[in-house]
Design a protein around this ligand. Structure first.
Ligand code: PLP
Length: 231
């Protein structure tokens, strides 16, 4: 085992223990909280030690990047579960349905129609979460909070999709708790069971508000290079 592998194993154990602790103290009683390791921007060799340490659920935010990275890793780890957590353009629906096990970013009717068509054509049935723009921010994707319940109903009744959960990214720089609580209320009203919310800095708060999935990147993989760092 080389240094990076034991390092990955230790980080994974630390975060899993924190997830478990938060779940025990504040979380929903019965269900399990799934840790999604967000591997966006990290190459396959940085992901490999986490697979070797036993992690199987991963998140990516770009279809093309995932398509370049994951087929090779999946040849070795067939039981990986891959979540799409970034915006999905309709021209990438075919690739997304082929590659992802869970698509967390359904947020408009046009995309619902495209997903429904592709899922019928191929028989592949990735699980679907609806992304909610919980802070109503102009720069973020997601359906508006007050349109969420109707959109979930439409996705089911008109587009024939099974919707399993809601996902959100709260605004930066303000306490996220009220946004997570709001998403939990919307999920109850819409009749969906799963809640993908909470990232490296706030997953414990999210678990306290009922998260069933937390999406943790930098706390596992380290700092992500930004374009400014690379310049
Ligand atoms: C990058 C990303 C994350 C992980 O963020 P960290 O702060 O690195 O844990 C979670 N969710 C989404 C949608 C992301 O794009």
């Amino acid at each position: 085992m080389d240094g990076s592998e034991s390092n990955a194993g230790e980080r994974l154990a630390t975060i899993r223990a924190a997830v478990e602790r938060a779940h025990k103290r504040f979380g929903p009683p019965a269900s399990h909280v799934e840790l999604i390791a967000v591997s966006k921007t990290f190459p396959a060799d940085a992901v490999l030690p986490f697979l070797e340490a036993g992690q199987r659920v991963f998140g990516e935010n770009r279809v093309q990047e995932a398509k370049d990275k994951w087929p090779g890793l999946r040849e070795r780890f067939a039981d990986v579960e891959l979540h799409l957590i970034g915006p999905l353009q309709t021209n990438k629906v075919k690739d997304a349905v082929a590659l992802f096990d869970v698509i967390e970013t359904l947020d408009r009717d046009k995309l619902a129609v495209a997903l429904s068509g592709e899922m019928q054509r191929t028989g592949r049935q990735p699980k679907l979460f609806v992304q909610v723009n919980i802070g109503g921010e102009a720069q973020k994707s997601g359906i508006a909070p007050d349109e969420t319940v109707a959109f979930v109903a439409r996705s089911r009744e008109e587009h024939g999709l099974k919707i399993d959960g809601l996902m959100c990214i709260p605004p930066d720089g303000v306490p996220p708790g009220p946004y997570f609580a709001h998403l939990a209320v919307l999920a109850r009203e819409a009749g969906v069971a799963e809640l993908s919310m909470g990232m490296s800095s706030d997953f414990e708060v999210a678990i306290g508000m009922g998260a069933t999935h937390v999406r943790v990147g930098s706390a596992l993989f380290g700092h992500r290079p930004t374009p400014a760092d690379m310049a």
